[in-house]
Design a protein around this ligand. Structure first.
Ligand code: GRF
Length: 225
């Protein structure tokens, strides 16, 4: 019987978790076969995404680590140390892929250095094989980097500065929202459409591409035998 290699994902969230839900619903379907979410980590205690993980079937382990509580508990530590701590929690799960799905915290090199195996995460212990990290961003490559990209695109359309926008899944590098795109999907903005309706259509696109992006990178690093 063929060796069923289970592909392991860790998902980082901060909020409602509707994109996490899209991944959960796609697990072990043709869209995301032989895959398990082994941990959902949030930097916000009240993130509804944690509830979605706990209510999944089977339930998904969760963890929480907030930046401010961490710095308060460790006055001599920095944001860089916090990011190393987050990476430590993540790499201990031995994921094939790390997905930032609505993770509202800009990762410093502290995180990337550990998951790429450049820096140790425990004593001398280093990750043996660089773990890919992807992020979901509600805009086209290079268009509206950073926060509030949906609102900014909507306003730019009203001013006639753009004809359409979109969403992307991209690899995470040190420059915010600048890593190589993995999946890009255009989303039109309709004349006279209220922002709520536009936002809903954009989120639907995000739910599709987060699954496609995860599957694409998993097939690169842990192809189905
Ligand atoms: C998504 O629109 C994502 O692009 C942005 O934050 C939102 C998260 O939504 N960075 P959810 O928490 O997955 O519902």
């Amino acid at each position: 019987m063929a060796d069923i290699h289970e592909r392991r994902i860790v998902v980082l969230i901060s909020g409602s978790g509707s994109n996490l839900q899209a991944l959960i619903d796609a697990l072990n379907t043709p869209a995301l076969p032989q895959t398990r979410i082994v941990l959902v980590l949030s930097n916000r205690k009240a993130a509804y995404g944690l509830t979605r993980a706990q209510q999944a079937n089977p339930s998904i382990p969760t963890a929480y680590l907030g930046l401010q509580p961490y710095l308060k508990a460790n006055p001599d530590r920095t944001r860089y140390d916090y990011d190393v701590e987050v990476a430590k929690i993540v790499v201990k799960e031995k994921p094939d892929l790390i997905v930032l799905a609505g993770w509202m915290h800009i990762m410093s090199e502290g995180f990337l250095d550990v998951v790429c195996g450049e820096k140790p995460f425990d004593g001398e212990e280093k990750v043996q094989k660089s773990i890919p990290v992807i992020n979901l961003h509600p805009a086209l490559p290079g268009a509206f980097d950073g926060a509030h990209a949906i609102e900014r695109a909507y306003e730019a359309f009203q001013k006639g500065e753009i004809a359409h926008t979109g969403a992307m899944v991209h690899r995470v590098v040190k420059e915010v929202d600048r890593g190589e795109p993995v999946v890009v999907q255009q989303v039109e903005i309709k004349e006279g459409e209220p922002i709520e309706a536009f936002e809903e259509r954009l989120h639907k696109t995000e739910w599709e591409i987060i699954v496609k992006g995860a599957a694409k990178v998993l097939d690169e690093v842990a192809p189905i035998q």
